[in-house]
Structures are given as structure tokens and as C-alpha cells.
Design a binder for this molecule. Structure first.
Ligand code: UDP
Length: 468
């Protein structure tokens, strides 16, 4: 069985007062038609990076809306993730090549994971290239398959694209962040454009009192009596951390007590992170004003929240970017941003909204300096950026887009959940085909059977809820 990721519980109604009531009402209405729908989100890592960030909020909220959603991850060794990172880089236009052995490792790892996908689902979302071949290898079954691409695939390396796209032909739909990301000759007919969003209630984004945030940053060695600029991102060459260090050095010529924090996470599926980390360390060794932190040394969601709240400027000097959740995260906290003009970043910012977009180290340094030296302008930009995030990039909008897609995809399709005979799973509504081996529970003198361990566990948490 593939490994499940535990996500806890959340309530959609907690977003009242943050997003428009009409949006939440529509969310309940669309979800009402999908009650009991079994949904799986499948990706490669439970932490580090935007996909994990999204799923940690999306999956529990789908459950709260009455669907039965799970998050599972595929497994692979370091060599496999080296290969998938090479594919990731090549799809973003990198000049890589993939040996026959690497191709075989990718396919064989996907085949092993495909064999571990045991339960039945109505809709399966497969995120990014790592697990992409699974439906082609394990068979589509009765599920609808959606490939969710989070990276900029507008000009992929053709050799890699030919290799990947052969696995995509079986999908029912695909989602990209921007229309421009859909590669030429894309083999899936139904293409949806859905930008990601941030969760304003997650520990990374909830309102943190400034005094607490100050304590958090001082605790890890940041001085708060001198200016601070921060980049929060995986240690990845596409995020250009060395470019950030160079820009910071230029600004220091004018503001000598400027501090730079590079906050980077190590993701399970990104072995390149360590190499980049070493390069940054070497580059900054002699500069006590550069601080480098990782999730492995205890800098987690609350610390990231504090950095994004208290930095004078947040930098995201990406050269390629799928979306860049970090932009919306910083703007949501009222902090101005200087960011590379690439991928999904211009969706979130514009000239005069949120901060400045840049195309070189020099422009980056100039823009940081402008924001550090003109506080009024800086606050004004941050305010407009926050409003743009409120209108467009908060989680309920993303949920609504994805539920609407599921509704369209499942319309007229006989779903697993539609049988309501004696062996109905009272959590998800599915008919349990093999009631002898199915997990079961006794409650109120009756026996209940379940299609999966997940439904069984959900029932045991609150049996009254499912038997009323
Ligand atoms: N992140 C984090 N700690 C870090 C670095 C990044 O929690 O040290 C988070 C960041 O806050 C954001 C996500 O990882 O939520 C990165 O998503 P983004 O879309 O910006 O980039 P990706 O890693 O998906 O390319």
C-alpha cells in the first residue's frame, strides 16, 4: 500500500470573514453534489515545496466538505529522485540528458508504486512528473485521472517532453497554472487553468502578533534593529540564491548594516538541494550578516511566517517559477516583494501592485534599495499586493475551481459511490465489494463495513456522525 500522509481536520466555515460569503456558499453547493466522492491526491513528498504545502490544506478541507479525500506519496530511492529532478529541470527548459538506465529506473519505480495503489477512487490527482506514469502502468480502472502540473512547461526540452508525454495520453484532464505552460502537442484534451493559492489559516500564514514574531526571529539569531531582506525557497538553482547574495552585496554598499536571510527547505524529492546549500554556504562564509536556515535545523512554518511578516523586503529572484506560493505568502502579511519576472509571479504582482519585478541582479538590487529607502511607497505597494491575494489567491477559490472540475468530469459517469445497497460504506457511500475481507466495526448493535482503512478510521473517530 502507498504511504498515506496524515492531515488532521479543518473546517471550511472558518474562512468566513476572510473570503466572501458567496464563495463559501458556492463551495458548499458544488461540494453537496459530490458528497461521498472518493478522491486521491498523489505526489512525491509530504514536506518541502509548494505541492506539499497545498495538499496539507486541500485534503482535509475536501473531507470537511463531505468528499472522502486522501493524500498518498510514492516512494523511491535517491537515484530515482535524482532522475526526477533532472526531468523537472529539463521540463523547465534545462539542457539535460537522460540515459536509458535513468529512463528505466523512472519507469520501474513508477511500476512498483503503481502496484501499491490498491484502493479504488473516483478521481485521482497526480501531481507533477514523479508519479505521472502510474495510470498507464497500473491501468485506469474505473477512476478519472487528472495530471496536475505545477511547473513551467512552456518550453520543455523536446527529448524529455517526448519521453514524459507518452505517459500522459491516458489522463482524462490536466491542470496547469497558466495557459502558456501547456506544452505544444499536449496529448490530454481537457486542459484546465487553475492557479494555486495559500491557506490564510495555516500556521505559515495565520496572523502572528508582531511581538511573538520578533521573539521567534531573535531566538534564532536575527537582529531586529537593522534592515532585513529574506528569500524563502527550496535551495534550487532556478530560485537563484546566488543571484540574491550578489544583489544583497550591491545594496550593502549603500546600507552597510543590511542583513540577508536565506530560508530554504530540503524536500524528499529534491536531492539537488544539498549541492546548492553547500555553494551558498561557501559563498557567504565570511559574511556574518548573511543567515542561512533550513527546515532541518528547526526553521518551520512559524519561523517562515515571522520572516515574511518582519522582513523589510521579501525577495524571490526566480529564473523559472511555476507559481511561487511564497509571493502570495509575503504579500498576505503586508510585506513588499522583489521578484523575478517569470512564470506565475506576474499573476500575483504587477507594476505598482505588491512590489517590483526584475530581470537581473542589478535590477533586483535597485528595487530592494528603492523599497528600503522609501517606506511610504513600500507600504503602499504591499497594501495593493495584499488585496490582490485576498481577491484571487486564497484557498477557497482553489477548492472551488477543483471541485467544479470534478463535477464536470464526473457528470453522467456511474460512480463507485452511487450504489446504496446493504454493503454500503457509511463514510464514503461506496459499495464494499468484498465484505469478508473489508475492515469492519460494531456500533449500536450493528456491523458496519468499510472500503478502506481510511474510512474505517474516520468512522471510529465519530461513529454517531455516520449512523444518524
Ligand atoms: N518553504 C518552507 N520553508 C522553507 C522554504 C520554503 O516552508 O525553508 C515553503 C514556502 O513557504 C512555500 C513552499 O515551501 O509554501 C514553496 O512553494 P513555492 O510555490 O514558492 O515553490 P516550490 O518549492 O513549489 O517550487
Amino acid at each position: 500500500m502507498l504511504q498515506s500522509v496524515d492531515v488532521g481536520e479543518r473546517s471550511v466555515d472558518n474562512y468566513r470573514g476572510i473570503v466572501a460569503d458567496e464563495m463559501l456558499d458556492e463551495l458548499h453547493q458544488v461540494a453537496g453534489d459530490l458528497r461521498g466522492l472518493r478522491v486521491l491526491h498523489l505526489n512525491a513528498t509530504p514536506y518541502g515545496g509548494g505541492v506539499a504545502e497545498l495538499l496539507r490544506s486541500v485534503v482535509p478541507l475536501l473531507n470537511n466538505l463531505g468528499l472522502v479525500a486522501e493524500w498518498k506519496i510514492i516512494s523511491g530511492d535517491q537515484d530515482f529522485f535524482q532522475v526526477t529532478k533532472t526531468i523537472h529541470n529539463a521540463l523547465q527548459g534545462g539542457k539535460e540528458s537522460l540515459s536509458k538506465d535513468s529512463q528505466n529506473l523512472y519507469i520501474e519505480t513508477a511500476r512498483r508504486n503503481a502496484a501499491m495503489l490498491e484502493e479504488a477512487y473516483d478521481v485521482i490527482f497526480v501531481h507533477d512528473p514523479q508519479p505521472a506514469p502510474i495510470p498507464a502502468l497500473c491501468g485506469r480502472g474505473d477512476s478519472l485521472w487528472v495530471w496536475r502540473c505545477h511547473i513551467d512547461t512552456s518550453s520543455p526540452n523536446p527529448e524529455f517532453w517526448a519521453f514524459l508525454s507518452q505517459w500522459l495520453t491516458v489522463y482524462d484532464a490536466a491542470i496547469f497554472t497558466l495557459a502558456e505552460f501547456t506544452p505544444p502537442d499536449f496529448p490530454v484534451k481537457q486542459v484546465e487553468i487553475i492557479p494555486p493559492a495559500i491557506d490564510p489559516l495555516s500556521p505559515k500564514n495565520f496572523p502572528l502578533q508582531k511581538a511573538v514574531a520578533r521573539q521567534v526571529l531573535e531566538w534564532i539569531g536575527i537582529r531586529l534593529d537593522t534592515p532585513l531582506i529574506t528569500q524563502v525557497s527550496r535551495f534550487d538553482p532556478w530560485k537563484d540564491p546566488l543571484g540574491v547574495i550578489n544583489a544583497y552585496r550591491m545594496v550593502r554598499n549603500t546600507i552597510p548594516d543590511l542583513q540577508l536571510a536565506l530560508v530554504g527547505s530540503m524536500a524528499l524529492d529534491d536531492p539537488e538541494g544539498w549541492e546548492v546549500y553547500q555553494r551558498i554556504r561557501m559563498e557567504s562564509e565570511t559574511d556574518p550578516f548573511i543567515h542561512i536556515f533550513t527546515n532541518l535545523t528547526g526553521v518551520g512554518n512559524i519561523e517562515v511566517n515571522a520572516f515574511q511578516l518582519l522582513s523589510d523586503v521579501v525577495v524571490q529572484k526566480s529564473i523559472r517559477e511555476g507559481f511561487g506560493l511564497v509571493i502570495s505568502e509575503a504579500l498576505w502579511k503586508g510585506t513588499p516583494v522583489v521578484a523575478g519576472q517569470t512564470g506565475g509571479i506576474p499573476l500575483q504582482m504587477a507594476d505598482g501592485v505588491g512590489g517590483y519585478m526584475v530581470n537581473s541582479v542589478e535590477e533586483c538590487a535597485e528595487s530592494i534599495l528603492k523599497l528600503l529607502t522609501d517606506k511610504d511607497r513600500s507600504l503602499e505597494l504591499a497594501k495593493t499586493g495584499k488585496e490582490r491575494v485576498r481577491q484571487n489567491f486564497l484557498l477557497p477559490r482553489l477548492l472551488l475551481n477543483e471541485l467544479s472540475l470534478m463535477k464536470r468530469l464526473t457528470a453522467g459517469k456511474p460512480l463507485i459511490r452511487t450504489g446504496w445497497e446493504a454493503w454500503r460504506d457509511h463514510v464514503c457511500g461506496m459499495v464494499v465489494s468484498n465484505s469478508v475481507s473489508a475492515p469492519s466495526a460494531e456500533f449500536g448493535g450493528k456491523t458496519y463495513v468499510f472500503c478502506s482503512k481510511a474510512c474505517h478510521a474516520r468512522f471510529l473517530k465519530n461513529p454517531e456522525h455516520y449512523t444518524q
